[in-house]
Write a protein that binds this ligand. Structure first.
Ligand code: SF4
Ligand code: SF4
Length: 420
């Protein structure tokens, strides 16, 4: 694989032929608006990338899946759609953007446990990937939303490798100096207190909250505390399972059973069959469990153990969802209340703010697959778009490119570049 193109996952996803390409603009992380803003603000690049992607997979039709609540945007996008592309209006539920959920909502087809959209003749691409394809040049910039307790929530594009602190400063800075930052979102993100961390190709957003916000305290729990509480407090009410989006697609995911096995100290194998196909959406942990437990985390622990040699459930197609699936979907409004995020400014318009970091740090591994191997040395001058890390022949991964003009100042797991 060379240094061109948008990156490994897109190229692999677009390597086969399918009937339908679905654009995932569901954006179900609270407060994050990147996809919607990009669709509204970069339509030319988006539609050019969509046409190219549909050509590559020989798709007969394209479907842009957007939340119903964005009626104006739906109308604007629909006006631009060529004949073979339509817009699908999604209900405002979580996790509408999970590929398995999305494909079922849009096409009424259930991908089997451990399967892929291509199993049901579809491929799913996100808005930004299509824009990158439309641009037809190496990916050097990332669009993300900065929201929560910042002075000016916004969506902006920055060079990959930009430190979080520069991005938060572009949003007017944190309102509370004693803040924590959720990287990637409130539901599927992670907590960091290190604002020198760099933006990568997968950083969808930064949610800034006071350190005493319940969500930050929740993410701050130690793994030992999560395990201890899980063992002590699960009353087997089964809510986590009854509302689990994968269980509702009739996948073998039953977190209450995982919790029971974990609580009783039963072997990893005993619980793995109910955890293996958990998506990690965290709905059970942050939206459902009345005891404030973390079945998602426990499923993750069990999955990791099982991957190291436990048994695996066979993959089989699923003909029908749970009969109560429709009624049991989690409305976003309820989830936002549960997360304690109501009342925060839920607009983050795309702004052409120019962020010019003095130094960027570009990780050599930003995707699934192997890390890129550096092809530059300290002291070398680079231009934006130059290849700085490539994938060994025959391996899966994504090449990495310089995101600014400058001089290489460090090469390890990441390449540091100082601006020219
Ligand atoms: S919802 Fe919470 S208390 Fe109920 S079974 Fe699941 S983990 Fe246990
Ligand atoms: S994180 Fe919880 S709700 Fe989400 S798929 Fe896994 S078990 Fe189900």
């Amino acid at each position: 694989m060379g240094c061109g193109g948008a990156g490994f996952p897109a190229s692999v996803k677009l390597s086969g032929h399918v009937d339908t390409l679905i654009v995932n603009a569901a954006e179900c992380e609270p407060l994050i608006h990147k996809d919607k803003e990009l669709l509204a603000g970069r339509p030319d690049e988006f539609f050019s990338g969509l046409a190219e992607a549909m050509k590559r997979v020989a798709a007969r039709r394209g479907i842009i899946a957007l939340k119903k609540k964005y009626a104006d945007l739906i109308a604007a996008v629909a006006k631009r759609c060529p004949a073979e592309v339509t817009v699908f209006a999604l209900d405002d539920v979580y996790p509408a953007g999970d590929e398995f959920v999305l494909v079922y909502e849009v096409l009424g087809r259930i991908i089997g446990p451990g399967g892929l959209p291509k199993d049901v003749d579809a491929v799913v691409q996100n808005v930004e990937t299509l824009i990158n394809i439309g641009r037809g040049r190496p990916v050097t910039r990332k669009t993300l939303t900065v929201a929560g307790l910042v002075h000016k929530p916004l969506t902006l594009e920055v060079p990959i490798g930009t430190p979080f602190k520069d991005v938060i400063a572009a949003a007017g800075g944190a309102v509370d100096p004693d803040s924590g930052v959720l990287v990637g979102g409130a539901m599927m993100g992670r907590l960091t207190n290190d604002l020198s961390e760099p933006v990568t190709k997968t950083t969808a957003g930064l949610i800034v909250l006071s350190k005493d916000h319940p969500l930050i305290r929740r993410y701050d729990r130690s793994p030992q505390a999560v395990r201890r509480i899980a063992r002590a407090a699960c009353d087997q009410c089964t809510f986590c399972t009854e509302l689990c989006p994968r269980y509702l697609l009739n996948h073998p995911v039953e977190p209450h059973r995982v919790m029971r096995s974990f609580g009783l100290g039963i072997s990893v194998d005993g619980a793995a069959r109910y955890a293996r196909y958990c998506s990690g959406c965290r709905l059970c942990s942050l939206g459902t469990c009345p005891e404030g437990l973390d079945p998602s985390e426990i499923c993750g622990i069990i999955k990791k153990g099982a991957d190291k040699g436990g048994s695996s459930q066979g993959v089989s197609p699923v003909p029908k969802p749970h009969p109560l699936r429709f009624a049991r979907r989690m409305p976003m409004s309820r989830l936002v209340r549960k997360l304690g995020l109501e009342g925060l400014d839920d607009h983050a318009p795309l702004r052409d703010v120019r962020v010019t970091p003095r130094r960027v740090l570009i990780p050599l591994r930003q995707h699934a697959g192997v890390a890129a191997e550096p092809v530059v040395r300290v002291g070398q001058s680079v231009k934006e778009g130059d290849c700085i890390g490539d994938i060994p022949k025959g391996k899966l991964g994504a090449p990495v490119h310089a995101s600014i003009d400058g001089r290489v100042v460090s090469v390890a797991d990441a390449v540091g570049i100082e601006a020219a």
